[in-house]
Design a binder for this molecule. Sequence first.
Ligand SMILES: Cc1ncc(COP(=O)(O)O)c(C=O)c1O
Length: 413
Amino acid sequence: MTTIADGNWLNRRIEKSKPHQDLVWKIGANDFVFSEKSGKKVTLSVSGQEMIEFMSCSYLGLEDDSRIRSAAKSSIDLYGMTFAAARTRMRPEMTTTLDNKLSQIIGAPTTTFSTVGLCHLAVLPLLGANELPSYTIKNQPHWIIDQTSHASIQVLRGILEQFGKVTRVNFQDAARLKQVISEVAKNGKTPITLSDGVGSMGGLGPVREIMTLAEEFSGYAYIDDAHGTSIMGPNGAGYAMQELGGNYHPRLILTSSLAKAFGSTGGAVSVYSAEDEEVIRKYSNPYIFGGPLAIPTVAAASAAADIHLSDEIYKLQDELNSICEYFDMKCPPDTINFESKVPIRGLFVGEEEIAIRINKELMLQGFACTVAMYPTVPFGQAMIRIALSRTHYRRDIDNLLHTFSKAVSKEGI
Ligand SMILES: Cc1ncc(COP(=O)(O)O)c(C=O)c1O
């Protein structure tokens, strides 16, 4: 058995990332603090420098929508910041209204939590324990996690292992994925895949293939579509729902984020039936033992949901797509996610130190971008991560790419 003295996965990860993490903090190429914001323009607190940010995942710019802002403001006058009781005891009506609107958007019963991470923590133990009526587990679950799944899933491994074995697989390797799932089924266990819909680095999960495998081998798919929420799909139901033609699959559990393109904060989890939802509300740890979402968050999300339920969402999605297309006309051809419908691009650099220096140069020239490094991406594959929004101006994109190309030449790469 490994002891603390031998180190564990977290010690090893920190040790491997320490040199470049220390450097990026030391030279101030991350952790930008702003005092003012207008659209994509921010003013840094200490230096007063103005920057265009390509960091926020609010891809549709809904945080600036006046309807969402005023809904949040007036909710505080009604109820204050919070009603400080677990929702099983008492809650304002607006929480029901929000959950109903989200259920309508996704097309399945949906429950909200303060974060997507809490959705995972609410549902996965109940699923593993065979307590969700529509998701019967034969014998035991066997969790099959995509290697590129978000950290909020990976960190739950110890919890998942209380219910069944965990195997990590690269879901882009279709043959290997099928082989693992079929072996699990052959051993009499229920295969449960866990993966991102749209990955946080912009990759696309093989949603249709996963659902087909779930049908073939009597398994289930847990899909975290935090980055796909709002930007795609009918009524902004997300990438996974777009892939499924808007029909909620009985073997799917879907999580959505209200904190990225949706324009508020929080997470939402959808299940197949009202009976499953009832179990979550009666027995999931974060619901019964945790506090509710903050009042203005609920009000903002409810106003955002109205936009999703109208045709306006398609106009917003189209505007985002045309910004992405413009970026692709101008960016280097080796850009990660080139021509993807996902508004995340990676300007590839490779070596961590060089990427940090380039990000610092971008900062000095007025562009706030994320330098993505191990453990977010594999070691030696550092990149400048660009989050595009429908509210970016085309000239901002021109200037950013021109500055990047000059910084790259200066590095001699
Ligand atoms: C795919 C994915 N899932 C989950 C999360 C975590 O979301 P939250 O902060 O709401 O828990 C993120 C955050 O960036 C994410 O990218």
